[in-house]
Design a protein around this ligand. Structure first.
Ligand SMILES: O=P(O)(O)O[C@H]1O[C@H](CO)[C@@H](O)[C@H]1O
Ligand SMILES: O=c1cc[nH]c(=O)[nH]1
Length: 236
């Protein structure tokens, strides 16, 4: 276990074995302030806020990942490989890509397809399929059902591009059954695989790509509490 890395400087504060990772560092702060007890901040490098506390007596950390695979690639690599973190549960917002999915529904990302070349670094002779840890998928689905959340489990699209010049991109992925789009999980899943660790992405639908529907920035920061509760409950 290192004292610090270029991007994470805990200054003696412990990082828990399970880290919840929203893209937005202010969502990490919101979770620390509203769900955790005995909270200590462990990172503020680049304002990528990270906290460790307890949830129902269980030690858990929460830290922002920033946007995109490049960013979560750095933070998840350091957490898995330099801080002995076993599990990262990404809790993000995503855009729905199927008609039967609605704003505020929960998507559990069993797999994460991508247009990113991040996986190319491993030089496998083919295409690696980034998948979540099955135990985490199963626990998240059970917990979501228990709290009455509307949940969809399946494949998502981790895109390197938020504003895509190809206007057909949504329908092309949607035809393959992709549930929603976000920007980090494929990188997280491959980093977990390479490190022999566990990962899962849980999402709240923040906007719809087939209909003109969206939540506000404030709602994205503060009101996506069902996925936070699911992630906290399944943290080991
Ligand atoms: O809400 P977060 O977790 O940041 O996730 C989604 O929101 C950002 C884009 O607005 C991207 O990071 C995307 O993956
Ligand atoms: O990456 C994202 C996240 C939310 N909504 C989108 O359309 N894309």
């Amino acid at each position: 276990m290192t004292q610090g890395t270029p991007h994470i400087q805990p200054n003696g504060v412990k990082i828990a074995k399970t880290v919840l990772m929203p893209g937005d560092p202010l969502r990490a702060k919101f979770i620390a302030e509203n769900f955790l007890e005995n909270v200590e901040q462990f990172n503020d490098v680049r304002n990528m806020l990270g906290y460790t506390g307890t949830y129902k007596g269980k030690e858990v950390s929460v830290m922002g990942s920033g946007m995109g695979i490049a960013s979560i690639g750095i933070y998840s690599y350091e957490l898995y490989n330099f801080f002995d973190v076993d599990t990262i549960i990404r809790i993000g917002s995503c855009g729905a890509m199927q008609e039967n999915i609605n704003l505020y529904d929960i998507i559990i990302a069993q797999g994460a397809s991508t247009n990113s070349r991040y996986v190319d670094q491993f030089n496998v002779p083919g295409y690696f399929a980034p998948i979540a840890d099955f135990g985490l998928v199963s626990s998240a689905k059970n917990k979501a059902d228990e709290i009455g959340a509307t949940t969809h489990v399946g494949n998502i699209f981790s895109s390197d591009i938020f504003y895509n010049a190809d206007t057909e991109v949504t329908s092309k992925w949607a035809k393959l059954g992709i549930l929603g789009v976000e920007m980090e999980s494929a990188g997280l899943y491959v980093n977990a695989a390479a490190a022999g660790k566990k990962a899962l992405g849980i999402f709240t639908v923040s906007d719809h790509l087939l209909r003109d529907e969206a939540t506000t920035a404030e709602e994205r920061q503060n009101s996506f509490t069902q996925m936070m509760e699911i992630a906290l409950e399944i943290a080991e």
